[in-house]
Ligand binder design. Sequence first.
Ligand code: PNS
Length: 167
Amino acid sequence: MSDDLKIALYPGSFDPFTNGHLDLVQRASKIFDRVIITIAVNSKKETLFTGEEREQQILNAVKDQPWSSQIVVEQFTGLLIDFAAKKKASVLLRGVRQISDFEYEFQMALTNRRLSPELDTVFMMPDENHAITSSSIVKEVAKWGGDVSSFVPPNIHTKILEKYKSK
Ligand code: PNS
């Protein structure tokens, strides 16, 4: 990988990956040469989907997009700043939907900067249609049989339906 590529790491739990995440990746692909969607896999955290399942779902959700060649999907455990260094990423990318997101994001960005001063966090806003979309809300609605098809890419909707049917 060439050193002059602008590489952004887009970290998150992505449990599941939503249309808001997809929107953000699309926007980021116009700014950065490569966007590494970085799935935090923490064995102690209970998730709906395994790291492997989330990786496959995200790959399938982006594969037919015209900008898909710029996207890489990886799982990681440990400190984000270490993973960013390993991947030669100069930017951490986070989505901010509303003001209430900002307190947590601000703390996380400044912690990461304290740990790695060269690494900057860039905040981007998804389309306002996604301002209320979150992975937690998707799980909450889907758990009780609500329709989440407008919140997630179609391939992930199918996986959510399968998952709750088998629970
Ligand atoms: O989608 P999420 O759950 O809001 O993502 C949070 C995530 C995974 C980005 C954050 O928990 C994280 O960076 N975890 C890795 C551990 C780490 O580096 N922590 C220091 C940042 S405060």
